[in-house]
Design a protein around this ligand. Structure first.
Ligand code: SF4
Length: 306
C-alpha cells in the first residue's frame, strides 16, 4: 500500500497510507503520543442543507450560512499530512468548496468529505472530478436507502466509506449493505441538535435505544461481513466495542480519546471545540497549535476532576 505522507508531530511519527490507514508511532521512550497539533480535524464548512434529516446534530437547514473558508487564518497554519474531514451542512453547496480543496492540496493537507446519499447522487460528476484531481482522498456517504447499482460501485472504491448511525440504521440496513462488502463507519447517536430534539419523543427514543441495543449485541456477527468496519469514539462507547476485542486488538485499533488526536472546528460560527457535540466552544485562533493546546488542557482538566 502506497504511503501518502509521513511526518513528525510532538513525540510521534504519523504515517498515512493511500487507503486512509493511519499509523501513529511514539518516538524514543514515550509510551503515549503527546501531539502538538491534531492528526485530523472535523471541519464544518456550511450549515446550509435542504435534506432535513430528523437527527441532524448540526441542525442544518435552508437558512443555514456558509463559512468564510477561504479567509480563515488557521488553515494557513496546517502542517503537511494533517487530515481534515470536511462536513456540513451540505458540503457540495458551498460555492468555495473546490478552491478551498485546491488550497489544501497546495499545503499538503489530506481532506475527505462527507455527503448524504442523495447529495452524492445529485453531485456525482463534481465528486468524481474532486477524486480524479486528487482534491479529496476520502469520501463518506451517509446511507439513506437501497440502491444496488450505486452501493456496488461504492464498494469497489477503497477510499469510500458508508456512514451508518447507531440507533438510526437497524438490522435491515446492515444486512442489505453486507452483501456488497463495503467499508462502513459506525457513528454513535448524537444527543445534540435535532438528535436531542428527537429523543424528547418517548416512542422514538425507545426505537433508537432498541436499535443501539441490537447493534451492541449483534455487532460481532457483522465484523467480517464488510471490507472494513470502523467507529467514531462515541460509537465505541455506546456499543462497548472495547469489550469485543482482545487487549492486543484494542491497542492496535484504538486511535486515542477525543481531544488527544482530533478536534472539531466550526467554520460557520468560527469556533473550535473538542468534538462537534462539546458544549465548551472557543473563538477560532489563527494557529492550529494554539487551539489544540486549549483542547488538550481541557482533556487534562477533565481527567483530574474525574
Ligand atoms: S444530517 Fe447531513 S444531510 Fe442531513 S440535514 Fe444534517 S447536514 Fe443535511
Amino acid at each position: 500500500m502506497k504511503m501518502l505522507e509521513k511526518y513528525h508531530n510532538g513525540n510521534a511519527t504519523i504515517s498515512i497510507y493511500e487507503d486512509g490507514t493511519r499509523i501513529i508511532e511514539t518516538e524514543g521512550e514515550y509510551e503515549k503520543p503527546d501531539l502538538e497539533f491534531p492528526v485530523s480535524m472535523d471541519f464544518k464548512i456550511t450549515n446550509w442543507c435542504n435534506m432535513n434529516c430528523r437527527m441532524c446534530h448540526e441542525k442544518s437547514n435552508p437558512e443555514g450560512k456558509h463559512g468564510d473558508i477561504m479567509n480563515l487564518q488557521f488553515v494557513n497554519s496546517l502542517t503537511k499530512g494533517t487530515e481534515m474531514a470536511i462536513g456540513g451542512g451540505k458540503v457540495t453547496s458551498h460555492p468555495d468548496l473546490k478552491p478551498f480543496l485546491q488550497k489544501l492540496k497546495k499545503q499538503g493537507v489530506i481532506p475527505s468529505i462527507t455527503v448524504h446519499q442523495n447529495e452524492f447522487i445529485d453531485n456525482v460528476n463534481l465528486i468524481n472530478e474532486l477524486i480524479e484531481e486528487n482534491l479529496i482522498y476520502g469520501l463518506g456517504i451517509s446511507y439513506l436507502k437501497p440502491f444496488d447499482l450505486m452501493w456496488k460501485e461504492v464498494a469497489k472504491n477503497d477510499n469510500a466509506v458508508v456512514h451508518l448511525i447507531a440507533g438510526i440504521h437497524g438490522k435491515d440496513v446492515f444486512d442489505y449493505l453486507s452483501q456488497f462488502g463495503c467499508k462502513i463507519l459506525i457513528l454513535g447517536y448524537k444527543n445534540w441538535g435535532r438528535g436531542a430534539d428527537l429523543l424528547q419523543n418517548e416512542k422514538v427514543a425507545k426505537d433508537i435505544q432498541d436499535k443501539i441495543d441490537w447493534l451492541k449485541r449483534d455487532l460481532p456477527k457483522y465484523l467480517d461481513k464488510f471490507k472494513c468496519v470502523s467507529f467514531d469514539n462515541l460509537a465505541i462507547k455506546q456499543l462497548d466495542v472495547k469489550n469485543m476485542l482482545t487487549n492486543e486488538e484494542w491497542q492496535e485499533f484504538y486511535q486515542g480519546d477525543d481531544g488527544t488526536m482530533t478536534m472539531y472546528i466550526d467554520g460557520v460560527n468560527e469556533q473550535f471545540a473538542m468534538t462537534s457535540t462539546s458544549p465548551e466552544r472557543y473563538d477560532l485562533k489563527s494557529d492550529i497549535k494554539d487551539m489544540f493546546k486549549v483542547i488538550k488542557e481541557g482533556v487534562i482538566n477533565n481527567e483530574t476532576q474525574n
